[in-house]
Design a protein around this ligand. Structure first.
Ligand code: SF4
Ligand code: SF4
Length: 187
């Protein structure tokens, strides 16, 4: 490399450096669009439809609508859901399969939503609570039916209907009987 080439490459390098610093320098004065998390946690707006984690829908009385049909488990493409069931005896002597544990592995969920969209009873939904970081991978395995199972009150049998009063026997009114001829003659 002669002296001319040396200064030429030095000039090009300096020019390239200044060009790069120009772009970086501009960013120092542009309006910040980065979320200042966690400082802005109080007024952080997460879109309602953001899929952060699967959860059960409980009503005000603590009941969920899962009937343990396993449709979600079958439709999950990567085995994220595991449904453990148990048989219970009903008051009428029959047996019924009920949900025991609904296990969901957040670590393997792809948030495709197939489980939610195919549930026949709308028992599950996605929460937008995005703060799901944990220190151990096992902690990502969650039991979604976390409330103690409540038995629905057995329906009270309806009282037997009161017996209907016996229908009165309707006696046909005798029609006008024509007196026979003999009777007429004796009169
Ligand atoms: S969550 Fe829905 S699809 Fe899954 S087992 Fe329960 S009722 Fe069936
Ligand atoms: S969102 Fe998709 S991957 Fe996640 S549990 Fe539901 S079906 Fe499985």
């Amino acid at each position: 490399m002669n002296i001319k080439e040396y200064f030429s490459s030095l000039f090009e390098g300096t020019h390239s450096l200044i060009k790069g610093m120009e772009v970086t320098g501009k960013e120092l004065f542009t309006k910040k669009i980065t979320e200042q998390y966690p400082e802005n946690r109080a007024d952080l707006k997460i879109p309602e439809r953001f899929r952060a984690t699967l959860q059960f829908i409980y009503d005000d009385e603590g009941y969920h609508k899962c009937i343990a049909c396993k449709t979600c488990e079958r439709n999950c493409p990567n085995g994220t859901i595991q449904i453990i069931t148990r048989m219970v005896d009903l008051p009428n002597g029959k047996k019924k399969m009920k949900l025991d544990k609904y296990m969901y592995d957040l670590g393997s969920c792809t948030f495709c939503g197939l489980c939610v969209s195919t549930c026949p009873t709308d028992a599950i939904e996605f929460s937008n609570d995005f703060e799901q970081a944990v220190f151990r991978r096992e902690a990502l395995l969650k039991q979604l039916n976390y409330l103690p199972e409540k038995e629905k009150p057995t329906p009270v049998p309806k009282p037997a209907p009161a017996p209907k009063p016996e229908a009165s026997v309707k006696v046909d009114e005798p029609k006008d009987v024509q007196p026979n001829v003999e009777q007429k003659e004796t009169e």
